[in-house]
Ligand binder design. Sequence first.
Ligand code: HSE
Length: 402
Amino acid sequence: MIQIAVLGYGTVGSGVVEVIAKNHDSIAKRAGKEISVKYVLDLREFPGDPVQDILVHDYDIILKDPEVKIVVEVMGGINPAYTFVKNALEEGKHVATSNKELVAAHGAELLAIAKEHNVNFLFEASVGGGIPIIRPLNQSLTADEVTEITGILNGTTNYILSKMTDEGSDFDSVLKQAQELGYAERNPEADVEGYDACRKIAILTSLAYGQQVDYQDIYTEGITKITETDIRYAKAMDGAIKLLGTSKSIGGKVYCMVAPFIIGRDHPLGSINGVFNGIFVNGNMVGDTMFYGRGAGKLPTASAVVADVVDAAKHEDTNIMTIWDPNKMILGDKDEFTCKFFVRVKDATSKEQIKTAFGDVQYITAEGVQGEYAFLTDKISEKEFEEKIQSLDMICRIRTAF
Ligand code: HSE
């Protein structure tokens, strides 16, 4: 038997307890030993809940208990999660976490501490909810050099954009639904402004290249400016608007960005809707691979956390090697990032003006949209686009992945 403690009894924490209870026997078989939750740490009381008897409010009880071999951190946020996790690793306890903020900010350091103490710091649930992506990057795609990772990495925004597209729902009411379903962050600004996806692409890129990518260095745009009219145009282009996190290795540099893109329905990520996430990884030997599943929510996220608990139980005396050099990678300049830009202009803008600025472009009209029209540029760099657009009075622009 192996005893664990769960820090945080929110959406994911209660999911972890539920998964371990429900799949107790099959989990025990796979782990090679029974997994038992000895403590749940939370500031709140849960009268009538089965965890009432194992609930503690003082972390030291867990830290000082030698029977606790694995700590599950599902509190979220940097503090006190960082201190708790660091202390647990230093005490020789394994840690499994779903906390992408923590992993993006301190992943390299915590992995080093884990190695030093011959334990494991595991974070499968920090990216893509229930989708296996961390382990495949660490353990499966090791014969490859990764050339691209592009993903729909945030369930809340994909849910919002899908509902806006399919049902014409308004932004605020769909966000509320996503919160009720337990998909959104405590502060949903992290979802809708792209910060959550930014931390996730930072983690994936750090793992893919074995070196720290600071999320603060990644250009990030959210979905709050996307309107119903943008969605109409995307449909007219037989596409959909998706918040993508992308990193590409080109000519020895890695370019990283989070932004809404219009992508074709035939794009590998074009048909991924609702809370589902999809992560496209290209390796120079394997070619294209895709990882797909529920990117948020109680049980999918808990499933990934418990899988890490099983892995820790199987490697109780072994540190699983994960390469993540803490020296920060200098990312390629955002100005050099290239794509085709979708641009909306008022009717007053002439096609001659557009031709003078961008040459021959593809014009787009959308049903029910009046007083304006749109066009799609050729593939150009961000810098070139910014220079050329100066001469036009644009309504908005969205990057595309056509
Ligand atoms: N708020 C996150 C999302 C939760 O919507 O994807 C999972 O990380």
